[in-house]
Ligand binder design. Structure first.
Ligand SMILES: [Zn+2]
Length: 142
């Protein structure tokens, strides 16, 4: 038997939380706009229910928000580390806000498909555990 993939690697690779083998998304390339968020209804490997209820993935917006904030902080730290922005004393704001905004927006637009998939992956991993196949698959297997 194959050893199961570690949880963090499983989340990052968009795999089924139940079996850690099947893919969450129907198309592997996340940068195709029409199929960016197209998910399997159930795991192609184990049959775990990915469409748990209508609107289930609206909750992934909260995860996406947190990831986006983390991305902006990472951009700010990177710019600050490389000396591209500096702090203005007394005001607490940047001396070059346009540099921060430009780099932040460009990075966000480029990373958006990956962030959306990652947030959905994190969201389903919060509700499905290894070996748990959801309600639909239980009925389907009987
Ligand atoms: Zn599976």
């Amino acid at each position: 038997m194959k050893p199961r993939r570690p949880l963090l690697l499983n989340i990052l690779s968009n795999r089924c939380p139940a079996c850690r083998e099947g893919r969450l998304f129907a198309v592997r390339n996340p940068f195709l706009p029409k199929t960016m968020n197209t998910m399997h209804v159930a795991c192609p490997n184990c049959g775990a229910d990915f469409a748990r209820e209508p609107g289930f993935y609206f909750g992934a917006a909260y995860v996406s928000y947190a990831l986006t904030v983390a991305l902006w902080v990472a951009v700010l730290l990177a710019l600050y580390t490389f000396g591209a922005v500096g702090w203005i004393a007394f005001t607490g704001f940047f001396d070059q806000p346009e540099m921060f905004l430009t780099c932040g927006v460009v990075t966000l637009v480029l990373m958006l498909p990956l962030l959306q998939r990652l947030s959905r992956s994190i969201w389903i991993h919060m509700f499905l555990r290894h070996g748990d196949h959801g309600s639909q698959s239980e009925e389907g297997r009987a």
